[in-house]
Design a protein around this ligand. Structure first.
Ligand SMILES: [Zn+2]
Length: 263
């Protein structure tokens, strides 16, 4: 079987275990069916996720020009507390910013090798956690917009990391973490005006990945070497894992155009 197209992040179904689809120019390839088969990747070009031009990917699938221009690549994606759409203030494109920011958001705890705090649109549950490779997740606050969630996160990340370390995430499948008592202990970190958003009756979400921790883990990128062949063994987060522990971050390859053959 041969496929060709632009990589977008994998689409997932929250089944047990999670089912993943590689998204190649919107051709969806069910990856769970390809376990124990040999996959060959060949990097043949780029297609920016915004303008579609064959320009090298700068970050997040965008060419350099689009990364600094598109409202979908704004600083508020990584730093929600910088959001200004709730004040009617435009950063790059107010209509898009309103759509992204003025919807219900949650602040959550997730276990990705350690417990981290994060912010996401409510509509991204549980996709956001699957993409991160979180085995457990728990909403801790629900807000009306992105800004409010960002302010809460800023306070909590003084005590708990907001980063996922990919290697730690891939080295563990831990599920016995008392995330509820961590939630209970951080209520006091919320700013006084934001206590109304605290949520104490949420259920813990559990994600089961089609993945076993390999002996060694070594990441490869099609940026460094344009071809790779390996036997697919598992998937966690947005990482495909091959025999011998070689892993590729599919999300980190958004905008790459590849040939993929399966044998
Ligand atoms: Zn572009």
């Amino acid at each position: 079987m041969k496929f060709s197209g632009q990589i977008l992040k994998m689409i997932s179904d929250h089944t047990k275990p999670i089912r993943y689809y590689l998204n190649l120019s919107e051709d969806l390839i069910c990856m769970n069916q390809l376990f124990n088969q040999e996959l060959s990747f060949q990097h043949i070009g780029y297609q920016c996720v915004s303008c579609g031009n064959d320009e090298p990917v700068y970050r997040m699938g965008f060419c350099k020009k689009c990364f600094f221009k598109s409202p979908y690549a704004s600083d508020t994606i990584l730093r929600p507390e910088l959001s200004t759409a709730h004040l009617g203030i435009e950063e790059r494109d107010l209509a898009v910013e309103k759509e992204i920011q003025l919807v219900p958001h949650i602040v959550y705890l997730a276990y990705t090798g350690e417990v981290k705090v994060g912010v996401t649109r409510e509509s991204q549950i549980p996709t956001r956690w699957i993409d991160q490779g979180a085995t457990l997740a728990l909403p801790i606050a629900r807000t009306r917009n992105r800004y409010e969630a960002g302010v809460i996160e800023v306070e909590i990340k003084k005590h708990i990391t907001d980063k996922t370390q990919w290697k730690k995430m891939l080295q563990t499948q831990e599920k016995d973490i008392d995330i509820i008592s961590i939630r209970d202990s951080i209520k006091s970190y919320l700013p006084k005006d934001y206590e109304q958003f605290y949520s104490s009756d949420e259920e813990v979400w559990k994600m089961e990945f089609p993945y076993e921790v390999p002996m060694n883990i070594e990441a490869f990128s099609l940026n460094k070497k344009s071809e790779f062949t390996g036997i697919l063994k598992g998937i966690k987060g947005q990482y495909l894992c091959f025999e011998g522990g070689q892993v590729i971050n599919i999300r980190g390859h958004e905008g790459y155009v590849i040939n993929l053959s399966v044998s």
